[in-house]
Every structure is written in structure tokens, then in C-alpha cells.
Ligand binder design. Sequence first.
Ligand code: GCV
Length: 745
Amino acid sequence: MVHTDRRPRHPGAMSAQDRPGRTPRPQRAILAVLGCLLAALACLPVAQAEDGYELWLRYRPLDAEQAGDYRARFAQLVAPAQTDVQRVTREELVRGLGGMLGRAPTQAQRADRAGALLVGTPASLPAIARLGLELEGLGDEGYLIRSVQADGRAATVVAANTDAGALYGSFHLLRLLQTGQAVDALDLREAPKVKLRVLNHWDDLNRHVERGYSGQSIWDWHRLPDWLDPRYTDYARANASIGINGTVLNNVNANAQILTPMYLDKVAALAGVLRPYGIRVYLSARFSAPMEIGGLKTADPEDPAVRRWWRAKTDEIYALIPDFGGFLVKANSEGQPGPQDFGRSHADGANMLAEAVAPHGGVVMWRAFVYSDEEPDDRHKQAYTEFVPHDGEFRDNVLVQVKNGAIDFQPREPFHPLFGAMPKTPLMMEFQITKEYLGFATHLVYLGPMYEEVLRADTHARGAGSTVARVVDGSLEGHALSGIAGVANIGSDRNWSGSHFDQANWYVFGRMAWDPDAGARAIAQDWVRMTFSPDDAVVEPVVGMMMASHQAAVDYMTPLGLHHLMGRGHHYGPAPWVEGGPRADWTSVYFHRATKDGIGFDRTTGGSDAVSQYARPVAEVFNDPARVPEDFLLWFHHRPWTSRVSSGRSLWDELVHRYSRGVGEVDRMQATWTGLQGRVDDERHHQVERFLAIQRNEAQWWRDASIAYFQTFSGLPLPAGEAPPAQSLEYYKALEFPHAPGDTQ
Ligand code: GCV
């Protein structure tokens, strides 16, 4: 990344001043001895600082045998650099190949030896045009990587229709080397299945990050546009390497000032850094901006002056940023302004903005995370109730952005019932990468399995096989526009994400946004190889930890479908006792509904009837306590404490068992990690070890506090062999965390 290269220099490398023949003889002798000593020192293994800054783009030297093989195949680089995208592509290849192979390939205008790497498009490189490759169907971002004979010599080609495709293909090629793949008979063809692959930063203009656990905002607004922190470039590289092609710079709880000329200049400067990496910027728009910064008396989307204001504002933005992506909007949700304040619908509001960006090719991402405090209905149902009637009313350039589940990024949620229920509207997935409800940045929780579970869930909207992935990638209903958003976990921390393992969640988000059918395990394997070590003795145990980690966290936080049991406001730690306050559906008791008789939220046809928002085959399963996946039992059912579950245990015993099972898994993670000492660099090993210790303590805290609380309802003893909570319920209830990170302001 952009920083001093700390790799040991080649012992033979000399600068011009070092050249012999310029220094008197005796001094030369002394210098020669010193030189030998230095050369010998340079050959000693040098402990390399590993602070996580380089993410998965470390490009460390490969072992000699592998490097030798690759070196012969990538001896020469033929990659034009006429455009910014071409330039950064070439830079990345030189950096990556140079780092891994010990020396950068020679660069040439045309291949004149075996072992050339040709990178570009038929338009940018005649040699690629001569190959006559089938690039149709790869679109604007796809690529192929192939071993070929170019002008009679063995070569490797990364070819695409566009520069951006060649950039993505180059990162893929580098990944093949980073993960030790064979490259002698390559024939890969890749194109993203999803069009918009976008990070959502919940970053405020004062650099506070809502639900951020990795320092301040990466965007140094005060020093922009004059100071362009090199981190922005490295951020762009990291995103491009996993196919992310858009970023929403500011919080959905938006401040209208981002739309003022002063801030738009800053946004334009960032757009300039990100553009060569194929990344467009988007902004969260505050719906009431025409009143707050435009001097209008209303923000009514039907008011001609309001419409004019948005059109003019949009034109102003595009004059500065011709490839501006468009707007993300949180409206009429959690106190944010929106069209309903003026008696208009979500479609009215979205369409007004869509009309403004349409002439420029922009889009509107309108969030479906809405629930009203005046609405006494189950919060689970409200987004569906509000949005489904408007299916078909949104303009072509509007996507409705839906969280993966109906409540709010809980440790585990069934897929949102809107997926499959709005066939005429492109529905964009919103995942959370930052771990608001999954242990902040200290708990090791790999989100790949959770994303995979949601994307593979079958909505049955058009019969079996109508997976959420097919809704989101547009293939189920034939939408050309499609998108996936992830709420970023990136901040100013040196390691970007607050912990080394949270980088994996950024990584897997990008890979799954590119291909929603990709597997979490394979992605974890790539990530570990690139981030920690290609050594199988590291890869397999670490991937094992990662793959078990989500279930572990669900077990020690919210087993069996429980949800929303965290501390009030900051969301840190267990607080199933939370009640009262401004609204019922911000409390824990609203969601778990524990009584002397049982526990769980009855969302069956006899209860809130949320199940009926799913297609019939899904609804029937969710409605039946004997068929509902046990992971969602208490999400959909209120069950007696003594009822039996599939293990044969009573519900109470199973609950306690799962809490303890989660803690036990963290014990195993700790043991695995300790066993890797010496195989992973000390710096990162140490931090992960300490964070796992925090996680172990907090897992125990979650278990103990939850059991102590729920036992007051069940009145049942702990199953044999289960340790009682370490402290009294009063102790847990009295804990306070006034300065926990990431809270709203
Ligand atoms: C940006 C949850 C979070 C809020 C967040 C909101 C949203 O309620 O706790 O911090 O606000 O989701 O997604 O809009």
C-alpha cells in the first residue's frame, strides 16, 4: 500500500553512489567489509511489521520454487497505461508481481519473448485484438484470463471490453498467485452478477461513525479537498480488488450540509481518487434538504419548487462529478424526514429524486428500513405493509434497498419477507458489515456463513429455487438493475476495520456482491492465504474457526431465534431486561415476550401473522413449530419452557445448552489460535489472542446474564453440569457503558 517498502533489499542492489571505482582503495576495503556484513545481515530473516494495513494485498515473497515457476510465466508485462484506469492496473501488477516474485516483470510495448502477460482490451492492445477472444457477454466489468499463444509464444492474457474489466481481471490474476494456484493452463471467464456493489458508510461530517468500531471516519472532511490522504487510494485498491464499484460516503441519518458547495468540492476530490479504480461515489440525501439548505418552506415532493431545487442540486453535483452514482435515502424511519411528512408515499419521494438523476444516468437507492412509532403492528411486518402496495410505482432508476432481515441486522434473522414480494421493483440487499449486534470489532465473527444463509434462502416467490440471491441479482424477475450494499466497517484505525478478522467481513462482502452464489468457505480460504499465510497448517484451522464463529455468537447471544436483547442505545452487551422508554419496539421485552408460561414472539397466523408475508411454502414451514428451522423457533413462536425440541431436551434446557455451547466454541477458537503461535506473525497473533480473551469473557457474560434473567421466568433449575451464572442478575442489570463506541450522536 502507499507507504515505505519494508521488504529487505536485495543484497546485491546498489545505488549509483555505491558503484566501485570512485573511492580511494583503503576506504574501499573497509567499505567492502562493511558491505559484506550488511549483505549478510540483509540475508537474515527480518521480522516484518504486520499491522494489518496492507489487508489482503500484502504480496509477500512466495517460496522459491513457486516464485521461479511464476517468474517464467510473468517475465514480461505488456499493459498500456494511457488512461488512469490502465495506469493503476499496471502499477498494481508491478507491485504485486514484484512483491511476490522478488522482481518486477520487465515492461514492454509488445510481447517479444515467452512468458509475457498481456493486459487490456482489444482497443488498448493490438496483441489482444489479434487473439480474437470471445469477449461478448462479459459486459462492462467482466474479463477473461487465459493461457494463450500470442504471436507464436506462450503468454497469459487478461482481456476485457473495458479498462475496468482488465483491472478486475488483474486483481484476480494476482489472487491466483497469492493463493498458490496453477497458472499454466488458465481459462477463466468472470463477470459480476450484480450491477451495483456498494459500501454504505454511516459516517458523519464530524468524523463520528454511527455503529463504527474502528476509529473515526476515514474521510478527513476538514482537510479535504486539499489533502488527499494516501489511505483513500489504498481504500480504492482494496475495494477494486474485490469488485466493489460504489461507495456512499455519508451516513443515512444524513446531514444536508453534504449537499452544500463546500462539501461537494470535497466529495468531488474523493471521487477523483476513487474513479481510476472503477468506484463511483454516491451520497445519502436528507429529504428535508430543500428546507434546510435551500431556503424553501417545504420538501413536499409534489411541490414544483422542491422538484426544481432537486434538479438544480443534482445538475450542480454532476457538473462537479460527471460519474456521480446517485442518492441513498432513509426516509420516514427512526425520525428521519420523508415524503410521508407531506402526505406523500415512498414512491412519490423516490421518484422525485430519480427524475432529477435520470438524465445523468444516476440511480436512487431508497431504503425499506421503515417502521413507525404510531403503528401498533409487529415491527417485523411494517416494511412489507408499507412497500408492497407501491410495487410497480417506482421509476426505472430506483432500487428499494432492503435489510437482510425484517428487524435490524440481528445476529441471525430469517430473510426479509420483501424479497420475492415486489417483483416489479429491483430490490437491493443491505447487509451490515460492521458488527453492531455481533460483538463490535472485538468478537471474531466471520459473516460469510450468514450472508450465504440469507442469499441461498428460498423465497419460493416463483416456485422452488427462487433464492434471495436470484431476487437480488435481478435474474428472477429479469431486472437489468441490481445491487448489494454493505454497511462499512472501515475507519481510521491502522488495520482499517478495528480488528484483523473484521477485514474478512469487508472482503467476503465484496466477493459475494460480485457473485451472490459464491461460497463462504472458499472465500475464507482465499482470505486467510492472502492475509495470514498460504501454509495449510494455518489455513485450515483458521478457516475452521471462522466458519464456526457466526453460529457461536448466535448461540451465546441470541439462541433459537431470540433477537434484540442487547444494551439500550449503544447495543453493547446483554440486556434482555430492557423495557419502557420512548417506544416498545426498542425494548428487549417486546421481542422475547418471556412469561412464566414460555418465551418467544408469536408471529404465526394465530399471532402477529408475520408468517403470511412469506410465500405459502415458506409461511407454512415458519408457521409450524415442528417444521420451523430451530434457529428461528422463538422468532416465530411463543413456546412453553417445558416443550420438547429436536434434541429431546426441554426448551429451557436447550436454551441453556446453546448458551454454553457458544461459550465452548470460543474456548475452542482460543485453543486453535494459541496453537498457531509462531506460524502467524507475533504482532497480529498477539492482538487476535487478546481480542479472543475479550470475546471469551463477553460470551460468558452474555450467557450468564441471559440465563440469570430468563430463569426468573422459567423457574426451572439449570440442567445437570451447567454452571450457575457467575454474578447475580442485579449485578448484570446494574452495569452501565456510557461511552461505548458507535452510538448515535
Ligand atoms: C443509521 C439501526 C441502527 C441505527 C441505524 C439504523 C438504520 O437502528 O441502530 O444506528 O441508523 O439501524 O439502519 O437506519
